[in-house]
Design a protein around this ligand. Sequence first.
Ligand code: NAD
Ligand code: MN
Length: 345
Amino acid sequence: RQSLKIGLIPADGIGKEVIPAARKVLEAIGSDIPKPEFVPLLAGWEVFVRSGTALPEETVEALRECDGALFGAVSSPSRRVTGYSSPIVALRKELDLYANVRPVISVAANPEEKPAVDLVVVRENTECLYVKQEQLVPTENGKEARATRLITERASRRIGKMAFEIALGRPRKQVTIIHKSNVLSVTDGLFRETIRQIPFDSNGRYDSVKLEEQIVDSAVYRLFREPQIYDVMVAPNLYGDIISDAAAALVGSLGLVPSVNAGDKFVMGEPVHGSAPDIEGKGIANPIAAIRSAALMLRHLGYTAPADRIDRAVDQVIREGQVLTPDLGGKSSTNDVLDAVLKKL
Ligand code: NAD
Ligand code: MN
């Protein structure tokens, strides 16, 4: 590659504060990566209010020409708004970004020590209840709301394979399937069975991976009591969404946890957090989740060394504890944290 074309979609709220910080970090990497070329793109609630669409066609078309992308966060209203649909959910589908990979790793006080929490949530990104086939049906007893929960063998197999592949690259090499097939024996049953079959169809490739499973509610309980039992957790869309937010609490803040939306051809980094309307515009959003998302994007593009450099710089800033945003008990601003990271780089 001559240059690295990266779509930037800050979208709404603190997305507009943390994505520029991630951009600055990518710019500071230097010759370890091809010169980044940024393509600013629109999506989100504000664009919807202005133009009637939350995901302009130009954004999707431009992304198809990019090597990777960074997405901030959208402010999706909780009430139903005619014509509005979450652009991030649409983008994941449109670009077939079928896996949402969310590493949740704590920073040990001593760099020689192992982190207390070191797991990866691998969330299926295209189906489950997020197919959004909802109906409101009038009945004699009032309204009835129904939703379709789609689980396919194809999507379960590819997310399962992604989980096994990620496990192969980690010291513990363990995959835990998260499900509720004791109750949802057809949908979650298919998810579980399909993933359990993968090692048998892999010509020995996954022989070194230990396969476990855990029912979702007790999985959350055990996550809080003994997070060290997990390595790679693979889950259908909704469970994966909830578990990764919950796991973020274990490492101190949602503002620390990155993700990538990954398909076979494209990767988009995205902090796990939302648009945080409660702190929007105050300049105190933690940029670390976005910065680590940029690192994770580089990692998925094959640039491991610069990704490691970014993560090490962030680890140092957290470990020293001098420059932290209020979500971590500090008094520093988004820009202070960015500057501290840039200095370590
Ligand atoms: P949220 O993640 O925006 O915020 C939850 C809490 O965490 C808030 O108290 C917030 O201040 C704090 N927080 C989150 N990120 C932070 C950061 N970087 N630094 C410091 N504190 C941080 O979740 P919410 O409040 O439930 O949702 C707000 C909006 O975001 C909603 O409109 C929701 O639809 C949207 N949302 C979008 C995405 C996405 O774009 N992928 C994900 C989740 C929520
Ligand atoms: Mn979420």
